[in-house]
Design a protein around this ligand. Structure first.
Ligand code: 2PG
Ligand code: MG
Length: 439
């Protein structure tokens, strides 16, 4: 029997960083080794992403996953038995056919993604290579350590909507190594905490470990972030830039945007103007979901105006879907796509999205979800796919740090030269002004 043939597969219920139940799958191969993966969970979810199957009812506030676990054990395990874990495309095609629904609502996106990723792990283990190497083999990419986006303040759906914007992040494209990115970010994170404490705030953290946003306005958060970068000894816009996830679908639809904090409603043109002012006033190099997922007109107008200046990422807007990336390119919306395996539901569909992004010259950012675990698969995907960028949340809490630390380990295996540095921000104002800027 083939060493990578699947001999056993089972799911169990485990728990994520918000204390919610989730699905873990373990896949055994004929060679005796196995692979394991856990489904993450989003809070600000796109309406077109794969659906997690939750049990509903009153227990665990309806969040239980016993049906998804049973789907793996009762239906997926017999289907995949004896299939080759090394043939990810065939495994994922079988899962998709068994489910048969557009949003994976029958088996559950959570059941499917945990299975798909566990098979990926099992294949790597059967080949006795690290996961990043197996992923690179599947895609013919050159493994490269990504440029991180790291959250300093949380907001939006991850912080009781205390501010409208969901992620206030930093990137360090001017760093010479991945390790340097983490060190600089750690200084900024600490400095931001000190600034909050100095203002007399009691400081807690939001869902992804960024500081809880005790601000009177979105701008105040941006100002504080700039002050924190300075307090860490950096000149904002040089080695360090700002990245925002507006997550506009959370407060906008049908071309109207309701800023809860300021108690005012903006139309499409007004929110574009507001974001344009932020791009002018602050060293912002990347913006995710600036307009809502149903606002094609707004996203196209925003990209026309600012696409030559900043990276514009579609998350809820593109939901890791190859067809939506192709359509966005045609419409002139966004110039980058977030890759979340659980939005697509399988590894193969995520790879297809990545291939579409590369074909249409869109940048790619592999991303975690706000509900995470110790699972570090996405680090290996980001490296093996040569995605260029990685978004994991903040620089605190173990479900986040596990990912940054795993990247350091992969970096040691790869050797120092494999860090992508500022390349993903080519064609943004940062790259242009930093020409000649020496690290
Ligand atoms: C996002 C993610 C991660 P969630 O919007 O990019 O920050 O959030 O997992 O809640 O969708
Ligand atoms: Mg997002």
């Amino acid at each position: 029997m083939n060493a990578s043939a699947i001999t056993g597969l089972r799911a169990r219920r485990v728990w994520d960083s918000r204390g919610n139940p989730t699905v873990e799958v373990e896949v055994k191969t004929a060679s005796g080794v196995s692979g394991r993966a856990i489904a993450p969970a989003g809070a600000s979810r796109g309406t077109r992403e794969a659906l997690d199957l939750r049990d509903g009812g009153t227990g665990l506030q309806g969040m239980d996953v016993r049906r998804a676990v049973a789907n793996v054990n009762d239906h997926i395990a017999p289907l995949l038995k004896d299939m080759d874990a090394n043939d990810q495309a065939a495994v994922d095609a079988a899962l998709i056919a068994l489910d048969g629904t557009p949003l994976k609502s029958k088996l559950g996106g959570n059941a499917m993604v945990a299975t798909s990723l566990a098979v990926l792990h099992a294949a790597a283990a059967a080949k006795a290579v690290p996961l990043w190497r197996h992923v690179a083999d599947l895609t013919d990419e050159t493994p490269t350590l990504p440029l991180p986006e790291i959250q300093i303040f949380g907001g939006g759906a991850h912080a009781g909507r205390r501010v409208d914007v969901q992620d206030f992040m930093v990137m360090v494209p001017g760093a010479a190594s991945f390790d340097e990115v983490l060190e600089v970010t750690s200084e900024i994170y600490r400095a931001a905490g000190s600034l909050m404490k100095a203002k007399g705030h009691s400081v807690g953290v939001a869902d992804e470990g960024g500081w809880w946003p005790v601000f009177d306005s979105n701008e105040q958060a941006l100002e504080t972030l700039v002050r924190a970068i300075e307090a860490a000894g950096e000149t904002p816009g040089e080695r360090v830039v700002i990245s925002l996830d507006i997550a506009a679908s959370e407060f906008g639809s049908k071309g109207r945007y309701r800023l809860a904090l300021e108690e005012r409603e903006l139309d499409r043109d007004q929110i574009i103007d507001l974001l344009g002012r932020w791009i002018k006033d602050y060293p912002i190099a990347s913006i995710e979901d600036p307009l809502a997922e149903d606002d094609i007109e707004g996203m196209t107008a925003f990209t026309r105006e600012f696409g030559g200046k900043v990276q514009i990422i579609g998350d809820d807007y593109l939901v890791t879907n190859a067809d939506l990336v192709a359509a966005a390119e045609k419409a002139g919306a966004c110039n980058a796509v977030l890759i979340k395996v659980n939005q697509a539901g399988t590894v193969s569909e995520s790879l297809a999205c990545l291939a579409a992004a590369k074909a249409h010259n869109y940048r790619t950012i592999v991303s975690a979800r706000s509900g995470e675990t110790e699972d570090v698969s996405i680090c290996h995907l980001a490296v093996g796919l040569n995605a260029g960028q990685l978004k994991v949340g903040s620089f605190t809490r173990s479900e986040r740090m596990a990912k940054w630390n795993e990247c350091l380990r992969i970096g040691d295996e790869l050797g120092g030269a494999a860090f992508v540095a500022g390349k993903p921000l080519a064609n943004t104002w940062w790259a242009r002004q930093s020409e000649g800027y020496s690290k």
